[in-house]
Design a binder for this molecule. Structure first.
Ligand code: NAP
Ligand code: MG
Length: 333
């Protein structure tokens, strides 16, 4: 099954005419959405925390920010895009809930599905619930837009009260540059479950443990930590940049034949069938909501395990070694 894609001709920014859009949270995503929407001729209001750095940034970018509650209550608001950190979206939603419940034509927008998928936000049936999720960090969403291009985006409709939810979501995606690159249709469940899986198994959990255990193995065998750092962490980027730009076969073509043979003959001894079985378990914990419950309760308890692990990571020899070596890399400063 391959995904449905939408491009420039599949969307019309005019669908947003007469709709005041509130961007709640002027952070990584928020600033990019707000600036791109404004440049596309859309009526945008910014909400953030008064006096914070991002509030001041919004002011210097020419917005007149308000609190989430005050912005949501303005006349003519027809779309509220929640771009505050996922852990606090439930709390911030309580501030805008009256506006959402009282309006007869509100779009509630997200860029990640966690709070809807795991029931932390339960919107009333009289609003549209949509997702427009750039597959890139905010600064890229903004810089690429200014160059006349866009980053690919995901789009989903969870609730369609107006009968126009998809048309509206595509218009929003177009206004922030998404249809220039391509917008893929998904669901809140698919986006949320695959996002969590990717970060836990491959991108963050998997990659960090792989680098750390490789580094530890060399250091415990008596090799110098500086050398181990280069081999197990620093060079990761060189390899990933090749894979990212041109695919795995091209990366294999540019490394030595020795490295390529090492990959074919040893890789499966490191990431084994058992590892894949564990991946399946992690996926089922995500789908059942066990992970979400664990993470929500960790937040409610003041992040004890999270803080302990974070402190432990900072003290690891790979981090101490990296700090010193990166000091030698002028181009990183
Ligand atoms: P972020 O950079 O941490 O920015 C969040 C912003 O929300 C900050 O400006 C923060 O204010 C503001 N904020 C906090 N509490 C608030 C409140 N009560 N009222 C109004 N504003 C408040 O967040 P982000 O990374 O852009 O993430 C936003 C959403 O986009 C999340 O759902 C995330 O999953 C999704 N997403 C992120 C990325 C990414 O690359 N970052 C990519 C795709 C999707 P101050 O800091 O000024 O206090
Ligand atoms: Mg992700």
């Amino acid at each position: 099954m391959s995904a449905r894609m939408y491009y420039e001709n599949d969307a019309d920014i005019k669908a947003l005419e007469g709709i005041k859009i509130v961007i709640v949270g002027y952070g990584s995503q928020g600033h990019a959405h707000a600036l791109n929407l404004r440049d596309s001729g859309v009526d945008v209001i910014v909400a953030d925390v008064e006096g914070s750095d991002n509030w001041n940034q919004a002011v210097s970018d020419g917005f007149t920010p308000l609190s989430a509650k005050a912005a949501a209550a303005l006349d003519g608001v027809g779309w509220i895009q929640l771009l505050v950190p996922d852990e606090i979206q439930g709390k911030v939603y309580e501030e805008i809930r009256p506006a959402v419940e009282e309006s007869s034509s509100m779009v509630l927008g997200f860029s990640h599905g966690f709070n809807i998928r795991f029931g932390q936000i339960k919107p009333p049936s009289n609003c549209d619930v949509v997702m427009v999720a750039p597959k890139g960090p905010g600064h890229l969403v903004r810089s690429v837009y200014k160059e006349g291009n866009g980053v690919p985006m995901l789009m989903a409709v969870e609730q369609d009260s107006s009968g126009r939810a998809k048309e509206l979501a595509l218009a929003y995606a177009k206004a922030i540059g998404g249809t220039r690159a391509g917008v893929i249709e998904t669901t809140f469940s698919e986006e949320t479950e695959t996002d969590l899986f990717g970060e836990q198994v491959v991108l963050c959990g998997g990659v960090v443990e792989l680098m750390k255990k490789g580094f530890e193995t060399l250091v415990e065998a008596g090799y110098q930590p500086e050398i181990a750092y280069f081999e197990c962490l620093h060079e990761m980027k060189l390899i990933i940049d090749l894979v990212y730009a041109k695919g795995i076969s091209y990366m294999n073509y540019s490394i030595s034949n020795t490295a390529e043979y090492g990959e074919y003959s040893r890789g499966e001894r490191i990431i084994k069938d058992e590892t894949k079985e564990e991946m399946k378990k992690i996926l089922s914990e995500i789908k059942s909501g066990d992970f979400a419950r664990e993470w929500i309760s960790e937040n409610e308890n003041g992040l004890p395990e999270f803080s302990r692990k974070r402190a432990e990571m900072k003290e690891h020899l790979i981090e101490k070694t990296g700090e010193k070596l990166r000091g030698m890399m002028e181009w990183l400063r």
